[in-house]
Structures are given as C-alpha cells and as structure tokens.
Write a protein that binds this ligand. Structure first.
Ligand SMILES: Cc1cc2nc3c(=O)[nH]c(=O)nc-3n(C[C@H](O)[C@H](O)[C@H](O)COP(=O)(O)OP(=O)(O)OC[C@H]3O[C@@H](n4cnc5c(N)ncnc54)[C@H](O)[C@@H]3O)c2cc1C
Length: 289
C-alpha cells in the first residue's frame, strides 16, 4: 500500500541553484495495528458480555481508526456486538469529537517528510509542542551542495519579483560559498582561536555554523515531523485556518489532504474552503478535541 504524498517540483536558476515553489508532503509512517492478541483478555470476561465478538467485526477500519476506537472502547469496556461495531464508527468518532474525549486520538501517530518549505515556515511549525517530534536539517552539519531556496507564491506569480528572487537565490548561494571558503581559510591559517577544532567534522561545523548566519528566511528547511492525531488536528486548526500565514497554510492543507486519505473518519469533519485570494483554508466545528 502506497502512503499518501504530494510531491513538489524542483526548479533551477540559470546558475544551477535549486529552488522549490510549493511544499512536498510525504507520509512515511502510520500505525500498524493487530487487535487479535486481545482475545485472551476479552475471553476471560463473562460470556454473556459477548466480548469475543469484538474481534470478529466484519467491517474493516483503517489502522488509526481501529487503534483509537479500541482505546476509546477500553475506557468503558464497551466491546462486542452489543456495543458500537465498526460499521457505526462514523457516529462513534463524532461522539468522541463532540464530547472532547480527544485523549483517545493520541494513540495514533503519523509521520511526514516535509520539504520545499522555508526556514520561516519551520520556525512556526516547531512552536507546536504537545505530541510533536521534529528532526530538521542541521545547517551546522549540512553544507552548500544541499542548499535550496523556496520561492513564495507572491513572487512566483509576478515575473519581475520572480527575477529578483532568482538573482537573490544565486547571490545567497555565492555569498554562502564565499563565506565558507573565507572561514575555512581563516581556520587553516590558525589565526582565529574561535574557529579552531581537533576533529575534521568539528572544523567543518565551525565554518558552517558561522556561514549560515547570512542565509535568508527563504532557505529550504526539510524536516521530518511525527505527531499524534489529536496534535495534528490542533495543528490544522491553527495553521490551515484562514488567519494563518500563506505558506504554512498551504502546507497544512496538504497535510490535511494526506491525513484524510489515510484516516478518513478522524479528519472527515474538516471542510476545505476556497478563499477570495485563490488559496484554501480548512475548518471544523470540533475545535481542539
Ligand atoms: C495566526 C497565528 C499568529 C501567531 N503569531 C505569533 C506571534 O506573533 N508571536 C509568537 O510568539 N507566536 C505566534 N504564534 C504562535 C502561537 O502563539 C503558538 O505558539 C503556536 O500556534 C502553537 O500553538 P499551541 O501552543 O496551541 O500548540 P502546542 O504547543 O502544540 O500545544 C497544544 C496545546 O497544548 C496545551 N499546552 C501546550 N504547552 C502548554 C504549556 N506549557 N502550558 C499549558 N498548556 C500547554 C495548550 O492547550 C495548547 O494549545 C502565532 C500562531 C498563529 C496560528
């Protein structure tokens, strides 16, 4: 099974500097669920409760829904054919959201590789704390060969602003290269104690950690992000809202599309709205479950 993803095209300036114009969103992990081991636990309760029937549910749910529903049903020991079976899961998750029993949504995690996004976007993204994990490209370890830029839609739409962007990308790539060379020369000359280091990796790190200071907000900042369903929902409500900044809103609407494909019952309450400026926003009546 292929996980949902939205690829982003890569462009090159005439000088060969790469840039992107939209976020790349690649789901790389989701829950893997097997409830069959619950049989010994469920089988030890009184037969008239019919708990064993829970595991013979003829309706399949996607893994995240299966996991969150089992977690919610454990809270009230509401297993078996006399309680909510999978065919009624839409109503079940409606109740979960309405009653704000959102902790059951914390069991299912989804991980994305996000690229084609700027350093200013990731600065906003990493403000989300509860239930999130981040691994972001280090500008101290990763050098100029992997340097790419992100063009804002406002620039891409206007030829004159696009030209300025392209020149700026070339200039920053050149300046970064020149600065790393100058700092490496300084280091090799042994004239600046602050640049000295024993190990080769540490020497490079000292060069890059200084040279990165000149990189702009529009430098690409790839990141791998894991969050649980409750946290992703809060992220969507904050960042796919029409009040959010345009670049992160575009990312959030794409994340929403991928999450909805993988876990439709957990994200189906969101509606996508086209805004007058041609961009999209996402909203739900079930805020912050
Ligand atoms: C349109 C917009 C404009 C913004 N402008 C600014 C700005 O000008 N300056 C700025 O600094 N930030 C700004 N932010 C960032 C914002 O303040 C939050 O840092 C960010 O949206 C993360 O939200 P959060 O804290 O709710 O999320 P999370 O960190 O994911 O937390 C989720 C929820 O968990 C609870 N929680 C988490 N940590 C704590 C805690 N320590 N104590 C108590 N409860 C906690 C809260 O209920 C919180 O809503 C802006 C965000 C948006 C969407």
């Amino acid at each position: 099974m292929m996980f949902p993803k939205i690829d982003a095209a890569v462009f090159e300036t005439p000088a060969g500097v790469q840039y992107l114009r939209e976020p790349g969103v690649v789901m790389i992990a989701m829950p893997s669920v097997d409830l069959s081991g619950m049989d010994s636990f469920l089988g030890n309760f009184a037969p008239e409760l019919e708990y064993q029937g829970y595991l013979d549910d003829p309706t399949d749910l996607p893994p995240a829904e299966t996991l969150c529903k089992a977690a919610g049903q454990l809270c009230y020991m509401s297993f078996g054919p006399r309680r909510t079976m999978n065919k009624d899961a839409v109503g079940y998750f409606g109740n979960i959201k309405e009653s704000k029993h959102g902790s059951v949504l914390e069991h299912a995690n989804f991980t994305f590789l996000l690229y084609g996004i700027s350093r200013s976007l990731t600065h906003e993204l990493v403000r989300h704390r509860a239930g999130f994990g981040f691994s972001q490209v280090s500008q101290r370890y990763v050098g100029g060969k992997m340097l790419r830029f992100v063009e804002r839609p406002e620039y891409a739409a206007v030829p004159a602003l696009h030209e300025v962007f392209v020149h700026r990308a070339d200039r920053f790539a050149r300046e970064y290269e020149a600065m790393t060379t100058a700092l490496a020369d300084l280091q090799a000359a042994g004239e600046a104690a602050i640049m000295s280091a024993e190990q080769r990796t540490d020497r490079r790190k000292k060069v890059r950690q200084a040279a990165r200071s000149l990189l702009p907000n529009e430098t690409e900042a790839p990141i791998i992000v894991t969050a649980n369903v409750r946290s992703w929902r809060h992220f969507l409500e904050m960042r796919a809202s029409e009040h959010a900044e345009t670049e992160i809103r575009r990312l959030a609407t794409q994340v929403h599309a991928c999450l909805r494909e993988a876990a439709p019952l957990l994200f189906a309450d969101y509606t996508v709205k086209r805004l007058p400026d041609g961009t999209e926003a996402v909203s739900t009546p079930y805020q912050k479950v």
